[in-house]
Design a protein around this ligand. Structure first.
Ligand code: MN
Length: 234
């Protein structure tokens, strides 16, 4: 069979072992740390987690351009309020439907640290007008992510410092142990709404301290014992 237009290259992330992780779909958890829920004007509680998505090709590992200081991420169009949200990223190696939380970690291939870049002004407008968030969250290159590391290297992190700095000043700092919904609970919930598959990624929510980025900002982010990521906004 032939195709009528060129077949796009499948999105992927590098892994610590050198082989690529093929990205199938990208799910993101809304408010999963109480202090961030409060800073967004919400009341943190154990209501079921909610999800939104980014296109698979929104996720990428920023690569250093030849001869320059470091990887660059473009400042996106249609916003004057680009926000950073540092998140633990879960990479699924197996699929499942209506998964029991006790079995969910068996589906995880590995982990990384990513930034859920958000056009906050568009998101606020969408919320006010009761419209979808899609273009506030799912724009091009909105999910810079570290190389992924297999669970065989990092185990299944359920606590540990998660942080993001801009130009060397810490903006976000939290602990994975403060997540309202744990990784197995998130996978179990999500698998009741969609059939999860190998290649799916889950961005698991951000701690407090989200804020605006401007051109020239150098972003560094990490999860202790898991991964680090750095890039400059261009
Ligand atoms: Mn987020």
């Amino acid at each position: 069979m032939t195709y009528v237009v060129p077949v796009p290259t499948p999105p992927s992330l590098p892994t610590s072992g050198g082989a690529l992780f093929p990205v199938r779909r990208v799910f993101c958890v809304g408010r999963n740390y109480g202090d961030h829920a409060r800073e967004m004007g919400a009341d943190p509680n154990r209501e079921p987690p909610f999800f939104f998505t980014k296109p698979a090709d929104a996720v990428f590992a920023p690569q250093p351009a030849s001869g320059d200081a470091g990887p660059a991420v473009p400042y996106p169009p249609q916003t004057a309020d680009l926000h950073h949200e540092v998140e633990l990223v879960v990479a699924l190696g197996r699929g499942g439907t209506a998964v029991d939380p006790a079995d969910a970690l068996d589906m995880v291939w590995g982990y990384g640290v990513g930034v859920d870049l958000t056009r906050r002004d568009l998101q606020s407008e969408a919320k006010n007008l009761r419209r979808p968030w899609d273009l506030a969250k799912g724009f091009d290159l909105s999910g810079p992510c570290s190389p992924l590391r297999p669970a065989s290297e990092v185990e299944h992190p359920d606590r540990g410092r998660i942080w993001l700095g801009v130009d060397g000043v810490i903006r976000q700092e939290g602990d994975l142990g403060d997540q309202i919904w744990t990784v197995p609970e998130i996978i179990a919930h999500l698998s009741r709404s969609v059939a999860l598959s190998a290649g799916d990624l889950v961005f698991t929510g951000t701690p407090a301290g989200v804020g605006a980025l401007t051109r020239g900002d150098m972003v560094t982010a990490g999860i202790d014992g898991v991964a680090e990521l750095s890039f400059t906004i261009e």
